[in-house]
Design a protein. Structure first.
Length: 114
């Protein structure tokens, strides 16, 4: 398991019933623990996305067509589907945009077709 510390400031005050309460402007120190015991690693060079009002679905897979010039149909082997709430998808979008901005600053711009 990997551990990370996130600083959210000072400890919250305690309410009479023992529940933590937070005063305006007051934040607390929190520990973040990543449990990677059940994590699986997959490779994907293809991603497709669909959404509804309630969720955003990410489909990951690998292109199985080796000779694209002679094949009329691309064969994609789907390996993983990740279902996110729209809020989680938005946070992923913001985080991924930041990572790609840093990547391109370091290694140069990537030209991708839409």
């Amino acid at each position: 398991m990997a551990e990370a510390s996130t600083s959210e400031g000072t400890e919250p005050s305690r309410a009479v019933n023992g529940d933590a309460t937070r005063r305006p402007g007051q934040v607390r120190e929190a520990q973040l623990q990543w449990d990677d015991r059940k994590m699986a690693t997959s490779f994907a060079n293809v991603v497709n996305i669909q959404s509804t009002r309630e969720q955003v679905d990410l489909f990951f897979g690998t292109n199985q067509t080796w000779n694209i010039a002679s094949e009329k149909t691309l064969s994609i082997e789907l390996s993983n589907r990740v279902i996110l709430s729209p809020f989680a998808a938005k946070r992923l979008s913001v985080a991924l945009a930041g990572v790609m901005r840093e990547y391109e600053a370091r290694y140069g711009a990537l030209d991708v077709e839409r």
